[in-house]
Design a protein around this ligand. Structure first.
Ligand SMILES: Cc1cc2nc3c(=O)[nH]c(=O)nc-3n(C[C@H](O)[C@H](O)[C@H](O)COP(=O)(O)OP(=O)(O)OC[C@H]3O[C@@H](n4cnc5c(N)ncnc54)[C@H](O)[C@@H]3O)c2cc1C
Length: 497
């Protein structure tokens, strides 16, 4: 990290840190410079990527509008530009005579190479580029093995991660306007989805810093206490729903960690819930058991970003070298469409896929089931599903999405063993025993009671009456084929879970 000398005019380049509070680079800019000019650049390379989706961009536009409003309340304009970030930032730095550009770090391959180009181009103009760790609780190079090598398995990563002190959040900064100079150059409109050629989006929850804080407060007040017991039961909505906020940085991971820490008791937050120690009361242990797994999810988030940082090749193919030559059969277009549209005839899978399409979000358990179903029941290459998720998820994040898909396909760092093939009917009964989640998202089955709702094809009359399709494929046959495809010479021990 380069530390800027005291300077007069800074640009803060917002990327996925769309907030004023606890924003590391923004606070550093404010400390170092008299005036900070906030900027967002719509990058055609990102917007033109094959995995871009209208819901994610619609949410971004809302977050940006909220950010612009918040800045306007203090008389500061958010400058919006559309084009190559290198030329846009250089041009802007020239126009306003900026000394430094501040930004929070990006860990993916595209972001890193873009930032390297920006740094170089700015240096030619004698403008410094100063970047900061902000997205994560622990930087990827801080949580490594004793010999400096990156972890490729989550459990030891998490053990070390827990021992690394986490930075406390900072208060919001107040910026000073550059005044008339901005009026001269124009602040630029926030484009619409149509302007960006992305059609229209589904209705989404409110974006922006205030909405994110409210979501966090509601979660801590109402759901954190029972997180471990309810997080795997999709009908309960027991998770935080903060993934899109964390994706776009309308809240920081530090703010989330600190709020949870406060609720848990500060000394509890860094401990491993599986190692209850002396000196805690039974009630404290119970709280730890319920809330601790939430902290572990934040650790998974850091883990997958670290994997992407150390092994950017995961975006191109399997992490496991043993799977590098794996040839997936050509995707059957009818089966793929049935999966995408939630018409597979496996109600729990269809419920998950329909939740995704209707809301831009899917419960984690369902992400695991639908991804495993695509890869290990329909035998379709995980990269096809990975891209589909990115196009539909509001929280679509290359690191977490790739990590999740490679886990499900058994090709990743810390992946499920190849023989772990979720049985959709057993899983359905386990995570949605009463069938409430299925009935919410598959309305054709709204009057079908459990247990039939998990497998309506058991009663042909139900299929005839509801119009719900029969299973699109023979699960048992496909399971055997998956073991053949993914196992070492198909000799794996089959486990239906
Ligand atoms: C196939 C697959 C694809 C996924 N794609 C994404 C994605 O594109 N973006 C994304 O943010 N998460 C992804 N996840 C992880 C997880 O499903 C979501 O983070 C979670 O469902 C979001 O809901 P929540 O905010 O209520 O989660 P909570 O349970 O409240 O968790 C809190 C936060 O921890 C983080 N988190 C939780 N689980 C994971 C995980 N397994 N990996 C990484 N971070 C995690 C998220 O930031 C989340 O908001 C994926 C998982 C799978 C199996």
């Amino acid at each position: 990290m380069t530390r800027p000398a005291v300077a007069r005019i800074a640009i803060h380049w917002f990327r996925r840190d769309l907030r004023l509070s606890d924003n590391t680079a923004l606070a550093a800019a404010r400390r170092a410079c008299d005036v900070v000019v906030p900027v967002f650049v719509f990058d055609p390379n990102v917007l033109g990527a094959p995995d871009i989706g209208a819901p994610r961009v619609a949410y971004l536009l809302d977050c940006l509008a909220q950010l612009r409003n918040r800045l306007a309340e203090t008389g500061v304009s958010l400058i919006v530009r559309r084009g190559d970030p290198v030329s846009e930032l250089v041009a802007l730095a020239r126009r306003i005579d900026a000394d430094v550009v501040f930004a929070n770090r990006d860990y993916g391959p595209y972001g890193r190479s873009r930032d390297a180009k920006v740094r170089k181009a700015l240096a030619r103009e004698k403008v410094e580029f100063s970047d900061y760790g902000d997205l994560l609780l622990v930087e990827p190079w801080e949580c490594v093995k004793d010999d400096g090598h990156p972890y490729t398995v989550f459990t030891p990563f998490a053990r070390r991660w827990r021992g690394i002190p986490k930075v406390a959040p900072e208060r919001a900064v107040r910026l000073r306007s550059l005044g008339a100079a901005i009026e001269k150059i124009g602040d630029g409109a926030i484009p619409t989805l149509a302007d960006l050629g992305l059609g229209s989006s589904i209705e989404l929850p409110a974006g922006g810093e205030r909405a994110a804080r409210q979501r966090l407060s509601r979660f801590v007040a109402n759901r954190l206490e029972s997180y471990a017991s309810s997080r795997d039961l999709p009908v309960l909505d027991g998770t935080s729903n903060l993934s899109a906020d964390l994706k776009f940085g309308t809240i920081s991971a530090r703010q989330v960690f600190a709020s949870v820490g406060e609720a848990m008791g500060p000394w509890l937050v860094d401990r491993d819930p599986r190692r209850p120690g002396g000196g805690t009361t039974r009630a404290e242990e119970e709280r730890l058991t319920e809330m601790g797994p939430f902290v572990t999810e934040l650790c998974w988030r850091d883990f997958y970003q670290a994997v992407l940082f150390h092994f950017p090749r995961v975006l191109r193919g399997p992490f496991r070298k043993t799977h590098a030559g794996l040839e997936w059969p050509p995707a059957d277009p009818d089966l793929l469409r049935a999966w995408q549209e939630g018409r597979t005839g496996f109600p729990i899978i269809d419920a998950g896929m329909r939740q995704l399409r209707a809301t831009g979000w899917m419960h984690n358990r369902l992400r695991m089931l639908t991804a495993t179903f695509l890869t290990k029941t329909l035998l379709i290459d995980w990269r096809i599903g990975e891209r589909f998720f990115m196009r539909h998820l509001v929280d679509g994040d290359h690191a977490a999405n790739n990590g999740g898909w490679q886990w499900c396909a058994s090709t990743g760092t810390d992946a499920a063993p190849y023989f772990r093939i979720f049985n959709p009917w057993l899983q359905s009964k386990k995570i949605d025993a009463g069938g409430g989640y299925i009935r919410r998202w598959v309305p054709e089955l709204s009057d079908v009671p459990a247990p039939l709702v998990h497998e309506p094809a058991r009663d042909p009359e139900v299929l005839a009456r509801t119009g719900y399709p029969p299973p699109c494929i023979d699960y048992a046959e496909q399971r055997a084929a998956a073991l053949e495809l993914l196992g070492p010479g198909s000799r794996g021990r089959a486990a239906s879970v």
